[in-house]
Design a protein around this ligand. Structure first.
Ligand code: PEP
Ligand code: MG
Length: 587
């Protein structure tokens, strides 16, 4: 038999998480659900009702299987949302009301389910209690799942069926990545997204090689195809030829050896050639990452994204649970400081169940501090948990997406209330806890001098600051080239923030992805940032760059950048400077 030779295919995209994965592709459909309503004949009523019954039973069986699988993974917090969905399914009204609609309106099971959902939506919209009103999202999620079963569209968990699995999808959400990590998946490719989406940030945290922005790659024809994913140069090679395969095995080995070598020097102090010390800290999402920050040479945590604790579940975590989890993180990084950012949900970090609550413009919607201030009781639970943790070691608190002083004052007022409540209950906390803000909205840059008088530190979130300054959606793959950290407007903003902070005598930190790229180090050091916080895996490379730089030289480079008018010119200049002065820098 003559076997047909399949041609190698090369795709180029945006490298979002470094590393090389060699395995097989698993194409998953994460597109939106398509459902059609149609009328049925009178004598088809019984068979339509039977379809509905079967779909509900099958969906329940699937959910039970997921619950069993997650339960085996001890300590998982994901069970609550499955339990809630199973509870809704155990109520037979969903079936009986939809069956009655099939009978009375002569429509198919899908249409009937959607009408039942409309009825529930109307009913829930009239509930006064905001929390109970929100529970409609659980019912929406359950009905969506049944509709998927009815229409034969699979949207289940992503599993590593073929062993060394590289997942390919149109888009992936942070909960998808959390779940993929548990499955041992080795890489991910998406059509959508860019370097600073939360899915990409999580992929880096889990050291999962990833490439985004490849058009039309989530084609079922590639399912199970052998492939190489190069998260360093942003390539996907499907059906690699033998020579390519061998070359990549070598590259993978070299990359892993380099990483190991860097790790051995990670413990050296982050001091420049002219003796200036820069604080290098880690950005973390999950408690197990604390240890990882220290082993990569970070001295504490500059950004703990607590929202991951609120995702993949329907109930908000109670104060006790939050305290337990924040304490674990603190112990992991002790005696170094832990900077806890309060809930920054919304945008591309939707809480479970809110997926169907579509906002016209989520990046500018009810997110981050706005969401927290809209639910003061839940917010105070988090503040109390953080305050309690502060009694046991250096802890800083940080509010996300502050746009003006009103928000900062309202957040501080709730913090004061939380402090009074703890004091009344004689529960210890650090009364001098440092309270900082994320500077990531252009208005905060413009009034940085005013904010600096009422904040104990600034931490610049360049991921959002670039997005809002340039009006470029950070997750839009078609605009990735225009998402420019070196845009003169961004550099001027950074200079303004550092200037305002230092004038007020407070430290200027930076915790956006820019901080983790050694290429930008000379500029950030030269502008005068005191602390850089980044994905732990990038600390060794950035530290190596710090140790090669002198602050004086970095200042000259940063100053000179302001004489150029475009990001491209600045990038060219920086490349040349790095090649001359710090030869092994990236690019
Ligand atoms: C940022 O915006 O730069 C940041 C660090 O926060 P996040 O990426 O979580 O929005
Ligand atoms: Mg942000």
């Amino acid at each position: 038999m003559v076997s047909a030779k399949i041609d190698m295919r090369l795709f180029s995209g945006i490298a979002t998480s470094p590393g090389i994965a060699v395995g097989r592709l698993r194409v998953v459909d994460r597109q939106s659900l398509t459902v059609e309503d149609y009328s049925v004949e009178h004598d088809s009523i019984n068979s339509e009702i039977e379809r509905l019954r079967t779909a509900i039973d099958q969906t329940r069986t699937e959910l039970e299987a997921i619950r069993t699988r997650l339960a085996e993974d001890t300590g998982s917090d994901h069970l609550i949302f499955i339990e809630t969905h199973l509870l809704i399914m155990s109520d037979d009204r969903l079936f009986s009301e939809s069956a009655a609609i099939i009978e009375s309106s002569l429509i198919n099971a899908e249409g009937a389910l959607r009408r039942t959902l409309l009825k529930y939506r109307e009913y829930f919209a009239g509930i006064e209690d905001a929390y109970l009103r929100e529970r409609i999202s659980d019912i929406e999620a359950v009905i969506e799942r049944i509709l998927l079963t009815l229409t034969g569209q699979v949207h289940g968990p992503i599993s590593a069926e073929h062993g060394r699995t590289i997942v390919v999808a149109h888009d992936l959400t942070p909960p998808d990545i959390l779940q993929m990590e548990k499955e041992g998946i080795i890489g991910m490719v998406t059509e959508a997204g860019g370097r600073t989406t939360h899915a990409a940030i999580l992929a880096r945290a889990f050291r999962l090689p990833a490439v985004a922005g490849i058009d039309d790659v989530a084609d079922p024809a590639y399912d199970n195809a052998p492939a190489i994913l190069d998260g360093i140069s942003g390539r996907l090679i499907v059906y690699p030829g033998q020579a390519t395969f061998r070359r990549y095995l070598k590259l993978k080995q070299r990359y892993e050896n380099d990483e190991l070598a860097l790790l051995t020097s990670a413990a050296l102090p982050p001091v420049t050639l002219d003796g200036h010390r820069l604080e290098l800290r880690g950005n973390v999402e999950a408690p197990e990452e604390g240890q990882f920050v220290l082993s990569h040479g970070g001295e504490g945590v500059g950004l703990y994204r607590t929202e991951m604790l609120f995702m993949n579940r329907q109930e908000m975590p109670e104060e006790e649970e939050q305290y337990r989890i924040y304490s674990a993180m603190q112990q992991a990084v002790f005696p170094h400081p832990l900077t806890i950012r309060t809930l920054d949900a919304g945008g591309d970090k939707l809480l479970a169940g809110t997926r169907l609550n579509v906002e016209q413009n989520p990046a500018m919607g009810v997110r981050a501090i706005r969401l927290a201030l809209a639910m003061p009781d839940e917010f105070k639970k988090q503040l109390r948990a953080i305050l309690r943790v502060s009694a046991n070691g250096a802890t800083r608190i940080m509010f996300p997406m502050i746009s003006g002083l009103e928000e900062l004052r309202r957040a501080r007022a709730l913090l004061d209330e939380a402090q009074r409540e703890l004091a009344a209950a004689k529960i210890p906390f650090d009364r001098a806890i440092q309270v900082g803000i994320m500077v990531e909205i252009p208005s905060a840059v413009t009034i940085a001098d005013l904010l600096a008088k009422e904040a104990d530190f600034f931490s610049v979130g360049t991921n959002d600051l670039i997005q809002y300054s340039l009006a470029i959606d950070r997750s839009n793959e078609h605009l990735a080239a225009m998402y420019q950290p070196l845009h003169p407007a961004v550099l001027r903003s950074l200079r303004q923030v550092v200037g305002a902070a230092h004038k007020a005598g407070i430290p200027a930190c930076i915790c956006g992805e820019m901080a983790g790229d050694p290429f930008f180090l000379p500029i950030l050091l030269g502008l005068g940032f005191d602390e850089l916080s980044m994905n732990a895996s990038t600390i060794p490379r950035v530290k190596q760059m710090v140790r090669r730089c002198s602050r004086e030289r970095a200042k000259e480079i940063a100053d000179a950048c302001f004489s150029f008018a475009t990001a491209d010119e600045i990038e060219e200049f920086l490349k040349t400077q790095i090649a001359i002065h710090f030869p092994t820098g990236r690019k």
